[in-house]
Design a protein around this ligand. Structure first.
Ligand SMILES: *[C@@H]1O[C@H](CO)[C@@H](O)[C@H](O)[C@H]1NC(C)=O
Ligand SMILES: *[C@@H]1O[C@H](CO)[C@@H](O)[C@H](O)[C@H]1NC(C)=O
Ligand SMILES: [Fe+2]
Length: 435
């Protein structure tokens, strides 16, 4: 361990000089450490993600480099009628060398079906349930997770009530350069991320760029949390999109180029131009740094990206934008260009997963009129899309034994079902009976 000390000091100075040390917030809980108890050949850090509407990617890590990238699966426990092989990767980061990272795509799979699977040919059995093929579908949402006692609390509340897909708007492990913390994060979330698909985008804590040596960053994030970017025509794991039950979900990168000449911007235009609002009446967008924020933390940090991309999202009639970064919960009205606009997206900041930096407790007063609910507490959100026109959003504050609904009763109506909003742009893409 001694050899790491000077490197830690270097990182610390690097972070301090970058000016991103934050003020101390109350109510943090100690970090938790998730140990590896299985053998070197056994899978660890198992998590799954959607690949198209009929496939799932199974990702896991082994210390033993000779383990085959094989997933066996079936619909009966202990009986594996199907199997698939995939690929492996690994990476080095200073003195750290990752285990063998396996990614295996399985399918085609049936909707609303529980599959049992094992990784590498033996070892423990896992199971997951595929999303349904028709409404309703339920998403659990929380960003800025980290790995503390509060993270455990958030995950326990997420797992306590059924849902189909977990959405994470950035900042996963808070490893912050210390690579073994990516491993302990993988083990901490495995009970949840191996049973329901986890669809993530990246945050500033996932970047881990270092001048000259690792200038682009996202080394660990990209290797470990591979998302279906090629399947959505993107050239990088840092932004992508996918469809699930009548919803088109776009994951953007707040820390990769987004200006009008950038690849991300062009990809976004192209992705939105292909959306068929009859097939996917809802569009949700996630990225890390909020465009709207009445908290005193991280003020204005999303402004450049907002200026570059807000109009595109508005014209495409995006229904909801989820962000993280600010460690609190805040829900806004529908907005465009700083003002309430009934054809703009609802903005939600949900960076309240429970990381070690604690809460962003100080909000600006008075509350701006576009901000409808705000609270600095750890928790998670639920988006239940009931049908093509209605979805129910609620926010659940963590509590030790239950998950009290704190921001309740918000019905959202899809913009594709709104006669006032769906006529303006690309009308052929909207439901005919509404025109
Ligand atoms: C959609 O769900 C809402 C809320 O339950 C309901 O009021 C509405 O009638 C439903 N619409 C359709 C077309 O089923
Ligand atoms: C947690 O629950 C207890 C008892 O149910 C309640 O008194 C307390 O206010 C709750 N705390 C929060 C933060 O909701
Ligand atoms: Fe962040």
């Amino acid at each position: 361990m001694k050899i790491f000390l000077p490197i830690n000091l270097l990182f610390f100075l690097f972070i301090v000089t970058k000016g991103s040390l934050e003020y101390l917030r109350p109510c943090t809980r100690p970090s938790v450490s998730s140990q590896h108890h299985r053998s070197d050949a056994d899978p660890q850090q198992v998590h799954i993600s959607l690949v198209g509407e009929e496939h799932m990617r199974i990702s896991w890590i082994t210390k033993d480099r000779k383990v085959q990238s094989l997933v066996e699966y079936g619909t009966t426990a202990g009986k594996y009628d199907e199997s698939a092989v995939g690929e492996t990767t690994s990476y080095r980061y200073f003195l750290y060398r990752s285990g063998e990272i396996h990614h295996v795509k399985i399918g085609p799979l049936e909707p609303s079906t529980t599959y049992y699977y094992r990784c590498g040919g033996y070892g423990p059995e896992f199971s997951f349930r595929t999303p349904p093929s028709a409404f309703p579908v339920e998403f659990a949402v929380a960003g800025d997770l980290g790995q503390t006692g509060w993270t455990e609390s958030t995950l326990a509340h997420v797992g306590a009530r059924d849902y189909d897909v977990f959405l994470l708007p950035g900042d996963l492990s808070y490893a912050d350069f210390l690579q073994p913390l990516w491993d302990s994060f993988g083990r901490l979330v495995e009970p949840y991320a191996s049973t329901r698909p986890w669809m993530v985008t990246q945050g500033n804590h996932d970047k881990e760029a270092f001048p000259i040596i690792y200038p682009h960053g996202f080394m660990a994030y990209n290797a470990r949390w591979r998302m279906p970017y090629q399947e959505s025509g993107s050239t990088t794991n840092l932004y992508y999109s996918f469809d699930v039950v009548g919803t088109h979900i776009i994951m953007l990168g707040s820390y990769t180029d987004y200006n009008v000449n950038s690849d991300q911007y062009k990809w976004l235009q192209s992705d939105l131009s292909k959306v068929d609002r009859v097939r996917t009446p809802w569009i949700f967008v996630l990225f890390h740094t909020p465009w709207y924020n009445s908290n005193r933390a991280h003020r204005g940090e999303g402004e450049r990206m907002r200026k570059a991309m807000e109009r595109t999202l508005y014209e495409a009639r995006v229904d909801v934008v989820f962000a993280g970064h600010v460690h609190a919960y805040e829900r806004f009205t529908r907005i465009y260009d700083g003002k309430a606009d009934h054809c703009g997206p609802v903005h939600v900041t949900i960076g309240d997963g429970g990381n070690r930096e604690g809460l962003a407790t100080r909000f600006k007063n008075p509350s701006p009129s576009i901000s409808l609910y705000r609270e600095p507490s750890f928790g998670h959100g639920r988006l239940r899309v009931v049908n093509s026109s209605h979805a129910y959003w609620s926010w659940h504050r963590n509590n030790d034994t239950e998950s009290p609904v704190a921001d309740d009763g918000t019905w959202l109506e899809s913009l594709s079902s709104s006669a006032a909003c769906n006529q303006i742009l690309v009308p052929s893409k909207f439901p005919k009976d509404e025109l």
